[in-house]
Design a protein around this ligand. Structure first.
Ligand SMILES: *Cc1c(COP(=O)(O)O)cnc(C)c1O
Length: 307
Protein backbone atom coordinates (compact mmCIF):
# COMPACT_ATOMS: atom_id res chain seq x y z
CA UNK A 1 0.00 0.00 0.00
CA UNK A 2 2.27 2.68 -1.26
CA UNK A 3 1.85 5.75 -3.42
CA UNK A 4 3.61 6.04 -6.74
CA UNK A 5 6.30 8.52 -5.80
CA UNK A 6 8.30 10.94 -7.86
CA UNK A 7 11.97 11.25 -7.11
CA UNK A 8 13.02 13.84 -4.56
CA UNK A 9 16.23 15.45 -5.81
CA UNK A 10 18.66 17.80 -4.10
CA UNK A 11 18.54 21.08 -6.02
CA UNK A 12 21.35 23.60 -5.70
CA UNK A 13 20.24 27.01 -4.46
CA UNK A 14 21.98 30.00 -6.03
CA UNK A 15 23.73 32.17 -3.49
CA UNK A 16 25.87 35.29 -3.93
CA UNK A 17 29.51 34.26 -4.48
CA UNK A 18 30.71 36.03 -1.34
CA UNK A 19 29.09 33.40 0.86
CA UNK A 20 31.45 30.48 0.88
CA UNK A 21 28.85 27.79 1.63
CA UNK A 22 26.82 25.43 -0.55
CA UNK A 23 23.07 25.19 -0.08
CA UNK A 24 20.86 22.45 -1.53
CA UNK A 25 17.12 21.94 -1.21
CA UNK A 26 15.74 18.41 -1.05
CA UNK A 27 12.57 18.56 -3.12
CA UNK A 28 10.28 16.43 -0.96
CA UNK A 29 7.53 18.76 -2.12
CA UNK A 30 7.73 17.03 -5.51
CA UNK A 31 7.25 13.42 -4.38
CA UNK A 32 3.48 13.53 -4.79
CA UNK A 33 0.93 16.05 -6.06
CA UNK A 34 -1.41 15.88 -3.08
CA UNK A 35 0.35 14.08 -0.25
CA UNK A 36 3.52 16.07 -0.53
CA UNK A 37 6.68 16.10 1.47
CA UNK A 38 6.73 15.07 5.07
CA UNK A 39 2.98 14.37 5.29
CA UNK A 40 3.47 11.41 2.98
CA UNK A 41 6.44 10.16 5.00
CA UNK A 42 4.45 10.44 8.21
CA UNK A 43 1.41 8.61 6.88
CA UNK A 44 3.12 5.73 5.13
CA UNK A 45 3.58 3.31 8.04
CA UNK A 46 0.44 4.51 9.80
CA UNK A 47 -1.65 3.53 6.79
CA UNK A 48 -0.02 0.10 6.73
CA UNK A 49 -0.68 -0.32 10.43
CA UNK A 50 -4.33 0.72 10.08
CA UNK A 51 -4.88 -1.68 7.20
CA UNK A 52 -3.05 -4.52 8.95
CA UNK A 53 -5.28 -4.15 11.99
CA UNK A 54 -8.43 -4.09 9.91
CA UNK A 55 -9.48 -0.49 10.49
CA UNK A 56 -11.92 0.98 7.97
CA UNK A 57 -11.77 4.54 9.24
CA UNK A 58 -8.99 7.06 9.92
CA UNK A 59 -9.65 9.90 12.35
CA UNK A 60 -7.38 12.86 12.86
CA UNK A 61 -7.26 16.47 14.04
CA UNK A 62 -6.24 19.73 12.46
CA UNK A 63 -6.70 23.43 11.84
CA UNK A 64 -8.54 25.11 9.01
CA UNK A 65 -5.64 25.10 6.53
CA UNK A 66 -3.84 21.97 7.71
CA UNK A 67 -1.57 20.18 5.23
CA UNK A 68 -2.08 17.07 7.36
CA UNK A 69 -5.89 17.15 7.00
CA UNK A 70 -5.54 17.43 3.22
CA UNK A 71 -3.03 14.56 3.16
CA UNK A 72 -5.14 12.21 5.30
CA UNK A 73 -8.24 12.94 3.21
CA UNK A 74 -6.43 12.12 -0.01
CA UNK A 75 -4.74 9.02 1.41
CA UNK A 76 -8.09 7.76 2.68
CA UNK A 77 -9.66 8.20 -0.73
CA UNK A 78 -6.73 6.46 -2.44
CA UNK A 79 -6.59 3.43 -0.14
CA UNK A 80 -10.25 2.99 0.69
CA UNK A 81 -10.47 4.30 4.25
CA UNK A 82 -13.29 6.49 5.51
CA UNK A 83 -11.75 9.67 6.92
CA UNK A 84 -12.92 11.92 9.72
CA UNK A 85 -11.33 15.29 10.36
CA UNK A 86 -11.90 16.87 13.76
CA UNK A 87 -11.37 20.55 12.99
CA UNK A 88 -10.43 23.38 15.35
CA UNK A 89 -13.01 26.18 15.19
CA UNK A 90 -16.78 25.74 15.28
CA UNK A 91 -17.25 28.81 13.11
CA UNK A 92 -15.75 26.97 10.14
CA UNK A 93 -18.74 24.66 9.81
CA UNK A 94 -20.57 27.08 7.52
CA UNK A 95 -17.43 28.09 5.65
CA UNK A 96 -16.25 24.84 4.11
CA UNK A 97 -16.84 26.05 0.60
CA UNK A 98 -14.70 29.16 1.01
CA UNK A 99 -11.82 27.25 2.60
CA UNK A 100 -9.65 25.59 -0.06
CA UNK A 101 -8.19 22.96 2.30
CA UNK A 102 -11.55 21.86 3.70
CA UNK A 103 -13.06 21.95 0.23
CA UNK A 104 -10.35 19.60 -1.03
CA UNK A 105 -10.73 17.28 1.95
CA UNK A 106 -14.50 17.20 1.51
CA UNK A 107 -14.12 16.36 -2.16
CA UNK A 108 -11.92 13.42 -1.09
CA UNK A 109 -14.82 12.21 1.05
CA UNK A 110 -13.64 13.41 4.46
CA UNK A 111 -16.35 13.84 7.05
CA UNK A 112 -15.85 16.73 9.50
CA UNK A 113 -16.55 17.39 13.13
CA UNK A 114 -16.05 21.03 14.07
CA UNK A 115 -15.23 21.77 17.69
CA UNK A 116 -14.41 24.88 19.71
CA UNK A 117 -10.83 25.87 20.42
CA UNK A 118 -11.36 24.96 24.08
CA UNK A 119 -12.64 21.50 23.20
CA UNK A 120 -9.76 21.09 20.77
CA UNK A 121 -7.26 21.55 23.57
CA UNK A 122 -8.80 18.53 25.32
CA UNK A 123 -8.85 16.39 22.19
CA UNK A 124 -6.41 13.77 23.49
CA UNK A 125 -8.28 13.05 26.72
CA UNK A 126 -9.94 9.66 27.11
CA UNK A 127 -13.21 11.39 27.76
CA UNK A 128 -13.21 13.13 24.40
CA UNK A 129 -11.91 10.08 22.54
CA UNK A 130 -14.80 8.08 23.99
CA UNK A 131 -17.25 10.68 22.72
CA UNK A 132 -15.69 10.28 19.28
CA UNK A 133 -15.90 6.47 19.49
CA UNK A 134 -19.61 6.68 20.33
CA UNK A 135 -20.20 9.01 17.43
CA UNK A 136 -18.09 7.32 14.75
CA UNK A 137 -17.47 3.75 15.90
CA UNK A 138 -13.96 2.29 15.78
CA UNK A 139 -11.22 4.26 14.06
CA UNK A 140 -7.46 4.36 13.66
CA UNK A 141 -6.33 7.53 15.41
CA UNK A 142 -3.66 9.66 13.79
CA UNK A 143 -2.53 12.49 16.08
CA UNK A 144 -2.62 16.16 15.10
CA UNK A 145 0.15 16.84 12.60
CA UNK A 146 0.50 13.08 12.16
CA UNK A 147 3.39 12.65 14.57
CA UNK A 148 3.87 9.32 16.32
CA UNK A 149 6.51 6.57 16.34
CA UNK A 150 5.45 5.23 12.93
CA UNK A 151 5.55 8.75 11.48
CA UNK A 152 9.10 9.21 12.74
CA UNK A 153 10.02 5.88 11.16
CA UNK A 154 8.70 7.14 7.83
CA UNK A 155 10.65 10.40 8.15
CA UNK A 156 13.83 8.41 8.64
CA UNK A 157 13.53 7.62 4.94
CA UNK A 158 13.90 11.26 3.85
CA UNK A 159 17.70 11.13 3.98
CA UNK A 160 19.59 8.59 1.90
CA UNK A 161 23.22 7.58 1.76
CA UNK A 162 24.09 10.20 -0.86
CA UNK A 163 23.25 12.86 1.73
CA UNK A 164 26.00 11.78 4.10
CA UNK A 165 28.46 14.45 3.00
CA UNK A 166 26.29 17.38 4.09
CA UNK A 167 27.47 19.13 7.25
CA UNK A 168 24.10 20.65 8.15
CA UNK A 169 20.53 19.44 7.62
CA UNK A 170 17.89 22.15 8.03
CA UNK A 171 14.17 21.55 8.43
CA UNK A 172 11.02 23.33 9.50
CA UNK A 173 9.45 22.09 12.74
CA UNK A 174 5.75 21.89 13.62
CA UNK A 175 5.15 18.96 15.95
CA UNK A 176 8.70 17.61 15.73
CA UNK A 177 8.10 14.30 13.96
CA UNK A 178 10.02 15.16 10.82
CA UNK A 179 13.12 16.48 12.54
CA UNK A 180 13.09 13.42 14.81
CA UNK A 181 13.26 11.13 11.77
CA UNK A 182 16.07 13.18 10.28
CA UNK A 183 18.03 13.06 13.53
CA UNK A 184 17.64 9.29 13.76
CA UNK A 185 18.94 8.72 10.25
CA UNK A 186 21.69 11.37 10.36
CA UNK A 187 25.41 10.72 10.55
CA UNK A 188 27.12 11.49 13.86
CA UNK A 189 29.13 14.33 12.31
CA UNK A 190 26.08 16.04 10.82
CA UNK A 191 24.24 18.80 12.62
CA UNK A 192 20.45 18.94 12.34
CA UNK A 193 19.06 22.44 12.68
CA UNK A 194 15.32 22.88 13.22
CA UNK A 195 13.34 26.04 12.49
CA UNK A 196 10.14 25.97 14.59
CA UNK A 197 7.17 27.52 12.78
CA UNK A 198 5.54 28.34 16.08
CA UNK A 199 6.33 29.78 19.49
CA UNK A 200 6.74 27.56 22.52
CA UNK A 201 9.33 25.62 24.43
CA UNK A 202 7.51 22.28 24.45
CA UNK A 203 9.06 21.19 21.15
CA UNK A 204 12.42 20.33 22.65
CA UNK A 205 10.79 17.76 24.93
CA UNK A 206 8.55 16.39 22.19
CA UNK A 207 11.60 15.67 20.04
CA UNK A 208 13.58 14.07 22.86
CA UNK A 209 10.83 11.43 23.14
CA UNK A 210 11.76 10.13 19.68
CA UNK A 211 15.54 10.52 19.51
CA UNK A 212 18.62 9.55 21.42
CA UNK A 213 21.29 11.45 19.48
CA UNK A 214 22.43 14.92 20.52
CA UNK A 215 23.52 16.36 17.16
CA UNK A 216 20.58 18.75 16.82
CA UNK A 217 19.28 22.10 17.95
CA UNK A 218 16.36 24.45 17.35
CA UNK A 219 16.74 28.06 16.31
CA UNK A 220 13.77 29.95 17.64
CA UNK A 221 14.22 33.32 15.90
CA UNK A 222 12.24 32.68 12.73
CA UNK A 223 8.66 31.88 13.73
CA UNK A 224 7.42 35.37 12.73
CA UNK A 225 5.27 35.68 15.83
CA UNK A 226 3.75 32.21 15.88
CA UNK A 227 2.01 29.51 13.94
CA UNK A 228 0.60 30.78 10.61
CA UNK A 229 1.63 34.35 11.53
CA UNK A 230 3.13 36.06 8.56
CA UNK A 231 4.15 39.59 7.52
CA UNK A 232 4.98 41.49 4.34
CA UNK A 233 8.72 40.75 4.71
CA UNK A 234 8.08 37.02 4.60
CA UNK A 235 5.76 37.33 1.59
CA UNK A 236 8.40 39.40 -0.15
CA UNK A 237 11.08 36.81 0.64
CA UNK A 238 8.94 33.92 -0.68
CA UNK A 239 8.18 35.80 -3.91
CA UNK A 240 11.81 36.80 -4.38
CA UNK A 241 12.95 33.21 -3.81
CA UNK A 242 10.46 32.02 -6.41
CA UNK A 243 11.75 34.54 -8.90
CA UNK A 244 15.43 33.82 -8.31
CA UNK A 245 15.34 30.05 -7.80
CA UNK A 246 12.11 29.07 -9.55
CA UNK A 247 11.00 27.15 -6.45
CA UNK A 248 7.75 27.73 -4.59
CA UNK A 249 7.97 27.91 -0.79
CA UNK A 250 4.96 27.84 1.53
CA UNK A 251 4.25 30.62 4.05
CA UNK A 252 3.72 28.50 7.18
CA UNK A 253 6.81 26.27 7.21
CA UNK A 254 9.36 26.25 4.41
CA UNK A 255 9.26 30.02 3.78
CA UNK A 256 10.17 30.72 7.39
CA UNK A 257 12.89 28.06 7.36
CA UNK A 258 14.50 29.40 4.19
CA UNK A 259 14.26 32.99 5.46
CA UNK A 260 16.11 31.77 8.56
CA UNK A 261 18.76 29.89 6.58
CA UNK A 262 19.48 32.95 4.41
CA UNK A 263 19.71 35.13 7.51
CA UNK A 264 22.08 32.69 9.25
CA UNK A 265 24.24 32.50 6.10
CA UNK A 266 24.46 36.31 6.02
CA UNK A 267 25.40 36.36 9.68
CA UNK A 268 28.20 33.83 9.14
CA UNK A 269 26.59 31.13 11.29
CA UNK A 270 27.75 28.32 8.99
CA UNK A 271 31.56 27.84 8.83
CA UNK A 272 33.22 28.53 5.46
CA UNK A 273 32.93 25.59 3.09
CA UNK A 274 29.85 24.14 4.81
CA UNK A 275 27.49 22.01 2.76
CA UNK A 276 23.94 22.63 3.88
CA UNK A 277 20.91 20.51 2.95
CA UNK A 278 17.49 22.05 3.57
CA UNK A 279 14.36 19.90 3.33
CA UNK A 280 11.43 21.21 1.30
CA UNK A 281 8.69 19.55 3.33
CA UNK A 282 5.90 20.66 0.96
CA UNK A 283 2.85 22.59 2.17
CA UNK A 284 2.02 24.26 -1.12
CA UNK A 285 -1.68 23.49 -0.71
CA UNK A 286 -1.78 26.04 2.13
CA UNK A 287 -0.94 29.01 -0.08
CA UNK A 288 -4.47 29.60 -1.38
CA UNK A 289 -5.89 29.79 2.11
CA UNK A 290 -3.12 32.09 3.27
CA UNK A 291 -3.67 34.40 0.30
CA UNK A 292 -7.31 34.69 1.35
CA UNK A 293 -6.14 35.89 4.76
CA UNK A 294 -3.53 38.24 3.29
CA UNK A 295 -6.13 39.76 1.00
CA UNK A 296 -8.40 40.54 3.95
CA UNK A 297 -5.48 42.15 5.80
CA UNK A 298 -4.57 44.16 2.68
CA UNK A 299 -1.08 42.65 2.70
CA UNK A 300 0.81 41.68 -0.46
CA UNK A 301 -0.08 38.23 -1.82
CA UNK A 302 2.12 35.19 -2.40
CA UNK A 303 2.80 34.79 -6.11
CA UNK A 304 1.25 31.47 -7.04
CA UNK A 305 0.43 30.36 -10.55
CA UNK A 306 -2.65 28.25 -9.71
CA UNK A 307 -4.70 31.35 -8.97
C1 LIG B 1 3.49 19.57 8.91
C2 LIG B 1 4.60 20.28 8.22
C3 LIG B 1 5.84 20.53 8.83
C4 LIG B 1 6.10 20.18 10.27
O1 LIG B 1 6.39 18.84 10.44
P1 LIG B 1 6.44 18.22 11.89
O2 LIG B 1 6.75 16.80 11.68
O3 LIG B 1 5.06 18.40 12.47
O4 LIG B 1 7.44 18.95 12.68
C5 LIG B 1 6.83 21.14 8.10
N1 LIG B 1 6.62 21.53 6.83
C6 LIG B 1 5.44 21.34 6.21
C7 LIG B 1 5.26 21.83 4.83
C8 LIG B 1 4.40 20.71 6.88
O5 LIG B 1 3.21 20.53 6.26
Amino acid sequence: MIFQLNKSINERIKLPQKYNVELYLKREDCIHNFVSGNKYRKLKYNLEEAKYNGFKTLLTFGGAYSNHIAAVAFAGKTFGFNTIGVIRGEELEGKIDTNPTLQFAKACGMQFKFITRDAFRLKNTNRFLNVLKKEFGGFYLIPEGGTNTLAVKGCQEILNNTDADFNFICVSVGTGGTISGLINSSEANQEILGFPALKGSFLQEDIIKFVTKKNWSLTTNYHFGGYAKINADLVHFINQFKENQNIQLDPIYTGKMMFGIFDLIKKGYFPEGSKILAIHTGGIQGIKGMNGILKKKKLPLIAYENE
